[in-house]
Design a protein. Structure first.
Length: 108
């Protein structure tokens, strides 16, 4: 996980206000999209940063991967995709609407 996280840019920045509910919500969204994210913690208080790691991991059911200075790497496996039933109103991929008009050539 550390090797995968090495080239990542911070996805979320936690400002001087700390872990507010909107910040936790944004971290949750990032974990849903990427599974492995970096979080940059601003502020000088080291104890506050250590406390924030525990709050993030407990609140969002995530695992800490690495902490280096003000950078936190967190992992949470993506939820299993549900079997999506295609809506009868949506056309299937590759099908065209039958309009009776000829198909235009895009190269013209």
């Amino acid at each position: 996980m550390r090797a995968r996280a090495h080239n990542l840019q911070p996805t979320v920045m936690v400002g001087h206000a700390g872990l507010t509910p909107p910040v936790l919500k944004e971290i949750d969204r990032a974990l849903n999209s990427h599974e492995l994210i970096k979080i940059r913690m601003l502020g000088e208080n080291r104890a506050e940063r250590k406390l924030a790691i525990g709050v993030i991991c407990n609140a969002l059911d995530a695992s800490p991967v690495q902490v280096i200075g003000r950078m936190i790497v967190v992992y949470r496996p993506a939820p299993e995709p549900e079997d999506k039933v295609q809506s009868p109103l949506r056309k299937k991929h590759g099908q065209r609407k039958k309009t009776g008009r000829p198909v235009r050539n895009a190269a013209r």
